[in-house]
Design a protein around this ligand. Structure first.
Ligand code: ATP
Ligand code: MG
Length: 666
């Protein structure tokens, strides 16, 4: 064993050191969150270079996101083996493949020209139109594009798609045969009559792999160039990325991988931990190192993380390691249940302010949530509180395409005659063509868009309930003002991020928010054990991002004054104390009889008045009323968005319907 220079070996524990100093050949580090996997592989690279086993130019370090690659480059630079001092390549799989393909394509393909297809969307739209599908349905097109992406990443062609999708229980935008047809047509459309090609991101990987496999001289040139391979976050490799890695290696075995199967959170894109878990079967003489010491988090947080993941089920759960906290003790994690979402946001922002006053740096604080649509309320509240923030990996709420489109439409309508209905209804009505259908749509993209638009309506509701005399034009004006008041993105503010985008990162203080059923785990995830377990792992990833302060919160109702229709996340069971502040919601579901009676009353009323049912009242209002079961005008007015005007016109009739069908009245 070669001993390393102090720069390389300082601050490593014996297990990490074993992985760093292991001789050239297959090495697998299987370890939990915060145990120093990323630290270990960057040190290993530095060691291989320092000890003269490889030249820096011969190392290829790959990972999955541009951010993770940049982070790796930074760490390598500080070790002096990347940047000006040396030239280890740290890249994403895609960036590496793109470079290689540019170089090797002319040798393999001669005069055939190719061009990178950045986005599938337009081409999917074209072939969908040619197949007679509704190409104006942008959400359908986007979902079709992600299905094609998933299938290609998993190594399936159009022929095998239907079966594979059924097996993987994909949430399909259309029937599987239609998806297969679009997929096949899309593949054909990328090849021009003269043979020139468009290559999408998956094609980059597949073509590079094929060329390396088919052309021995190219393979030889490549393999003399790169000799040593390192993969971080290996639990997230897709089958086609693995094929490329195999092509890079050929018959060699100089490969170091690190990963944590319990942090597998990208299965829906085709990633799988099978390659990580099968590594020692494939390389029986691999050096296997397990790390258990957690250097990131306080023992309090580590213990919570262990508890959370100990409830996991299934194959991946069998690979669990118990983390042992190495840091000195810190504050206990805080569990906070709030009556409604508004109170949760206020509570989180108050706590952030307290941390800032206590000297915690804003850039050391993160608010994590399950879906992008949840960022907006924090953007708004932080902005109001004058606290800088940045939204990681995503554009801010008012920059999102559907919100830009919605604002454009509202602004233009506000210049015309005032619509003959309450302001909130008019807004809903205006957003209908942009995607705010009455019922929540199926298909991930449409649903995401629908949620964002609903959020916009909620903002209008809040504006109007603060100032009930506002008319449509002034409400839209207030909305526009709100969007322009937003702070420009800053680099050193509080981070707002989805739990997914937080993978691999760490902060002193982490707020895990929206921990109610339907959000964590996400709505439809509870339908299969696999999906539920992936959500649990995501929860674990969230917890393990925190170094010192961890705040876990949920709310029992969506909006202020709405009925308590939510439960806190099942993942919190046995983790969070059952505090008095967290009463079981009185009712969690609408009363079915009242719901049915209200719906049919609404239909009749709408027909009689010749208006749309949604303009009598929204489906959400119907549901809330059937849940809250109001017995007075005052209680009816607590239903979000219902409003005085509506109460004047239809309030009495609704109270009668509710009264006639109340459980006690039957
Ligand atoms: P994740 O699974 O979340 O990606 P990881 O296993 O890659 O985590 P790192 O990010 O490498 O963990 O390390 C977590 C934190 O612990 C970092 O701040 C790192 O600098 C620190 N750390 C790692 N090993 C040690 C050590 N031996 N001594 C002190 N600090 C360490
Ligand atoms: Mg890491």
């Amino acid at each position: 064993m070669t001993s390393g220079s102090s720069r390389v070996v300082d601050g490593l524990d014996p297990d990490q050191l074993e992985a760093v100093l292991a001789p050239r050949g297959p090495v697998c580090v299987l370890a939990g969150a915060g145990t120093g996997k990323t630290r270990t592989i960057t040190r290993r690279i530095a060691h291989l270079v320092d000890s003269g086993q490889v030249n820096p130019e011969q190392v290829l370090a790959v990972t999955f996101t541009a951010r993770a690659a940049a982070e790796m480059r930074e760490r390598l630079e500080s070790l002096g083996v990347s940047g000006p001092g040396g030239r280890v390549a740290a890249q994403t799989f895609h960036a590496a493949a793109l470079r290689q393909l540019r170089y090797f394509w002319p040798m393999a393909m001669g005069d055939v020209r190719w061009q990178l297809l950045d986005h599938k969307f337009a081409l999917v739209g074209r072939v969908a139109r040619e197949l007679g599908l509704d190409a104006a349905d942008r959400d359908l097109l986007r979902d079709l594009a992600s299905e094609i992406e998933w299938a290609k990443s998993s190594g399936h062609g159009p022929g095998g798609y239907a079966e594979a999708a059924a097996e993987a229980r994909r949430d399909l935008p259309s029937d599987p045969r239609t998806v297969s047809r679009v997929f096949a047509a899309y593949e054909e459309a990328k090849v021009a009559p003269n043979g020139d090609r468009l290559l999408d991101f998956e094609d980059l990987l597949v073509f590079t792999t094929t060329i390396l496999q088919a052309d021995p001289s190219i393979a030889e040139e490549f393999r003399s160039r790169y000799r040593s391979f390192v993969v971080d976050e290996y639990q997230d490799v897709t089958p086609i990325q693995q094929n490329l890695l195999d092509a890079w290696l050929g018959t060699r075995d100089d490969l170091t991988v690190v990963g944590d199967a319990n942090q597998t959170i990208y299965s829906f894109t085709g990633a799988t931990p099978e390659f990580l878990l099968g590594f020692t079967r494939r390389f029986p003489d691999a050096h296997l190192v397990r790390l258990q010491r957690d250097y990131r988090s306080t023992p309090q947080i580590v213990s919570l993380a262990n508890d959370a993941i100990s409830r996991a089920r299934g194959r991946i759960a069998g690979t669990r390691l118990t983390l042992v906290g190495q840091r000195s003790p810190g504050p206990e994690p805080v569990f906070s249940g709030y009556d409604d979402q508004v109170a949760e946001v206020v509570g989180v922002v108050a706590e952030i302010r307290r941390l800032l006053r206590a000297g915690v740096d804003a850039s050391e604080i993160a608010v994590l949530y399950r879906v992008n649509a949840q960022s907006e309320q924090y953007e708004e509240a932080l902005s109001d509180a004058g606290i800088d923030y940045r939204v990681r990996g995503e554009t801010g709420f008012f920059e999102r395409p559907e919100i830009v489109a919605a604002m454009r439409r509202l602004t233009s309508l506000a210049q015309g005659a005032p619509p003959p209905m309450p302001v909130v209804d008019a807004v809903r009505h205006a957003l209908h063509p942009i995607g705010l259908t009455e019922a929540e749509p199926s298909g991930a993209t449409a649903r995401g868009r629908w949620q964002q638009l609903l959020r916009l309506v909620e903002i209008v509701e809040a504006i109007v309930s603060a100032e009930p005399t506002l008319d449509f034009a002034s409400a839209v004006g207030a909305l526009r003002e709100r969007s322009t008041q937003r702070h420009a993105p800053v680099v050193d503010g509080v981070t707002l991020s989805t739990m997914h985008a937080a993978k691999g990162l760490e902060w002193d203080a982490v707020f895990l928010t929206g921990l109610h059923e339907g959000s964590v785990p996400l709505g439809r995830a509870s339908t299969s054990v696999e999906d539920l377990e992936e959500e649990r792992r995501l929860f674990y990833v969230g917890i393990t991002r925190a170094r010192e302060h961890l705040h876990l919160s949920w709310s029992l109702a969506r909006g202020e004054g709405r009925g308590a229709t939510r439960r806190r996340s099942r993942f919190l069971e046995a983790l969070a104390p059952t505090a008095a502040a967290d009463p079981e919601p009185e009712r969690t579901d609408p009363d079915p009889d009242v719901l049915a009676a209200l719906r049919s009353w609404r239909e009749r009323y709408a027909a009689a008045e010749g208006i749309m049912a949604a303009n009598v009242m929204s489906s959400q209002m119907v549901k809330t009323i059937a849940t809250v079961l109001p017995t007075s005008r005052e209680e009816l007015l607590t239903v979000r968005g219902f409003g005085v005007e509506r109460a004047d016109i239809i309030g009495d009739q609704i109270l009668e319907v509710v009264d006639a069908h109340l459980p006690g009245a039957r």
